[in-house]
Structure formats: C-alpha cells, structure tokens
Design a protein around this ligand. Structure first.
Ligand code: AMP
Ligand code: GLY
Length: 416
C-alpha cells in the first residue's frame, strides 16, 4: 500500500518512521515534510491546508491511505476532501475535528456525554469574564476558544493577567483549576470501535521544574510507572467511548485519533482537553513502543474495520523524547541556524536513540533550523532511566546555536 502523510513536524517524522518499518507499506510520501522525513519518504511541496491540492496529490500517487498529522488541516476539512476523492483517510472530518477546534464545542459534547471535565463558563463580554473569574477564584484558567497551538491557555494566580488574556481572546472558556498529574491517552477509532494506545506524559512548560511559559510540548515518556493499572480501562469507559458514541449520535462520527488530555485529580480523572490528532511529542514515545504494524491499524480506522483488528502488541521497552527548541521559543523563535551532530547520533546511538525532525529544512548538505521546536531526540531502553540516559547522551551530541531543552524530562518517573 502507498501511504501519504500530511504535515511536517516531529510527530509526522515519528509516523513516517513507523510506517517505513511496516512491511505492508510499499511507498511512503509526505507533504510538505521536513529534512528528516525526506530520508524515509518522498517529499511533495503541497500546502497541507489545501484540501483540493492534497486530494489531487493522493490521487496522482495512487495512495491507498492518507494520514493527516496536524490539527490545522483537519479543522480546515482536508480529510473530507481526501475522502470525497474516494481515498481512505486517517483523520476526522471538519465537523468532528471541532472537538479540538473549539473548546466550547468540546465542553458541550462532554456535558452531553457525561464525560468528567472541569466546570467552565464560555464568556464573550467583560461582565461575563469578571463573573467567571470571581466564581472560580485563583488559580485562574483562561482558554482561547479557538486553535492556538497550545499557547492559547493561561493558568495564573494573577487576576489582572487572567483578565487581560480573557479580554484579548474574544470568545473564551474560563474554568475550574484541576490539580494532579497530567496524562495523555490516545485512542484510534473508526467512529464506533475505540482502540486505546498506551498512556504518555508530556512536559508542557518551557523550563525545568515546570517553570516558564506553556509550549507545544518539550518532552515526553511512556509508560507511566506511577499510574493506576486500571487507568486505561477507566478512561475508555468514562471518556473515550462515551465521546465517540456522542459524536456518532450527532451524525458527525469521529474517526482518526482521539487524544484525551487528562488530569488525575484527587477526585478522579478529568478531561483537560481533547485533540483530534496524535500529540506531539507524545507520539514519538508511544509509537516507539508500538509493535503492531501502524499502517494496518490506521487503515482499519479509515475503513471502519477496527472491530476486526487483533489486540495491539507493545514492546516491553520504555521510551523518552527530549525536544530541542530554537533560541527564544515559544516566543518568536530564531531560525536558519545550522544543526550539527546528527550524523554522530546516527553513528553512535542508533538504533536505541534517534533524532526525529520538527522544524528543519535542508540546504545542500546542511540541515538548518526552521521552526520553534527543531528536533525531538527519542530513545528506548529497558526502563525509563536507561531510555533517559540514551536520549540525553544523543542530545549532548547536537550543536545548534542558542538552542534550549529541558534537562528533567522523565526524571521523577525514572527515579520512582
Ligand atoms: P490545553 O491547551 O487545554 O491542554 O491547556 C494547556 C495546559 O494548560 C494543560 O496541559 C495544563 O497544563 C494547563 N491547563 C489547562 N486546563 C487546566 C485546568 N483546568 N486546570 C489546570 N491546568 C490546566
Ligand atoms: N503535546 C501536546 C499536544 O500535542 O497538543
């Protein structure tokens, strides 16, 4: 089967890496891709947001499956355009992707489906904003209703900062603060059958010790040795299946990847957010551990045959990924700097550690930084400690002027 992947981040590199290892995949294409993806897939300079162009490319290539990675093309209806061209597509319709595209819509689905989440108000006026902030008190949680690449959320003790962010958003969701550790749980679904993957934990803040601003994610690990072994079953019953059932009931079934961002609070599991696609960087660690060939699983979701999918198989190894980001990320990052040391990782650390590219591009023989998150250095090992050691050894070989990374990814979990 020929597969076309849409996107060009580390998540798409991880998807392409797994697809390239699947014996069922005869040719792998990616649009637009990045320098690293170009080593495992043929790249096409097609705008990922242009559904007609993506569908045309998929048709020309004779693709048997299109996998849409990022949220923006899904929210723009790219999966609908591909399906309209008669090609199976992994990724929800524009309607179903509103689960990620609008926080207010997600709250409405959860209320209807009885899914546990933070109590919230949707506000549009200064009066409503002040009322909601006063009702919940500090710490304040203020979320832009629309897509904001993980940067539309402000969590703060400072009422003035909370108010300013809310007023700048237009339509805004203000909600109760949820304490407790966060877990990302992904499920592959065809709109009816739901197949959960293994949980992972992401590090959203820019700096060590969970300090600094929110980012798209600075690192991740899986499995979670501290989590309740019943967590996945519990979230299946209380969150994933009810949400998928509710969207089907509304006549807008969700097929693709349902990402539940969860808080494990003292009062039980609560949904922080839904995403309509694989998480980045969690995908890098979840796919590193998945033994089941990926293309067949994603095709089953696209075709509505997940009920025939045999149980997923997993490696015993743990996985850790550390994001190397540009100078000044998550503010306007500096780009265009040469990246050195990639060959050394390939020569010294493979196959247990490898570099997945996010914002990179090739310039002759040189790889240049081209975005905020530049690389996602991923490693596996018999436990989290070993995987961490390998990931950080590889990170140390990479030279990118002014780059930053967290030094504490998976540390607490590895130390028990
Ligand atoms: P979101 O984009 O909704 O995932 O929010 C980004 C981050 O903000 C989350 O990963 C949490 O760390 C934090 N956050 C969001 N909602 C809440 C909440 N209700 N309580 C505490 N922290 C939150
Ligand atoms: N890692 C967070 C996200 O993908 O939204």
């Amino acid at each position: 089967m020929k597969v076309l992947v849409i996107g060009g981040g580390a998540r798409e590199h991880a998807l392409c890496r797994s697809l390239s290892l699947d014996p069922g995949v005869t040719a792998l294409h990616c649009a637009p891709g990045n320098a690293g993806i170009g080593e495992v897939a043929e790249l096409h300079p097609v705008d990922a947001l242009d559904g007609a162009a993506v569908a045309r490319l998929a048709t020309q290539l004779g693709a048997g499956l299109v996998v849409v990675g990022p949220e923006a093309p899904l929210v723009a209806g790219v999966a609908d355009a591909v399906r309209a061209a008669g090609i199976p597509c992994f990724g929800p319709s524009k309607e179903a992707a509103r689960l990620e595209g609008s926080k207010a819509f997600a709250k409405d689905v959860m209320a209807e489906a009885g899914v546990p989440t933070a109590r919230s108000y949707v506000c549009t006026t200064p009066e409503e904003i002040d009322g909601a902030l006063a009702a919940f008190g500090a710490p304040y949680v203020v979320k832009d209703d629309g897509l904001a690449a993980g940067k539309g959320v402000v969590v703060t003790e400072d009422l003035t900062a909370a108010r300013e962010h809310a007023l700048a958003c237009g339509r805004v969701v203000i909600e109760e603060f949820l304490d407790g550790p966060e877990v990302s749980l992904f499920a592959v679904t065809d709109g009816e059958t739901v197949v959960p993957l293994q949980p992972a934990q992401d590090f959203k803040r820019a700096l060590d010790g969970d300090a600094g601003p929110n980012t798209g994610g600075m690192g991740a690990y899986s499995p979670l040795p501290w989590a309740d072994p019943k967590l996945v079953d519990d979230v299946m019953d209380t969150v994933l299946q009810p949400t998928v059932d509710e969207l089907r009931r509304r006549g807008t079934p969700f097929s693709g990847l349902l990402y539940a961002g969860l808080a494990i609070t003292s009062r039980g599991v609560r949904v922080i957010e839904f995403n309509a696609r694989f998480g980045d960087p969690e995908t890098q660690v979840v796919l590193a551990r998945l033994r089941t060939p990926l293309a067949g699983l994603l095709l089953g979701a696209a075709n509505g045959t997940l009920d025939q999918q045999p149980p997923l198989q997993w490696h015993d190894d743990a996985a850790v990924t550390v994001v190397v980001a540009s100078y000044n990320y998550p503010d306007t990052p500096r780009t265009g700097d040469p990246i050195e040391g990639l060959d050394e990782v390939a020569a010294e650390d493979a196959p247990h550690a490898y570099v997945l590219h996010a914002g990179t591009k090739r310039d002759g023989d040189t790889v240049l930084s081209a975005g905020g998150r530049v690389l996602s250095v991923t490693a596996t090992g018999k436990d989290l400690g070993k995987a961490r050691e390998r990931a950080y050894r590889a990170v140390a070989r990479i030279r990118l002027d002014g780059s930053q990374h967290r030094t504490d990814i998976a540390r607490k979990a590895a130390e028990g």
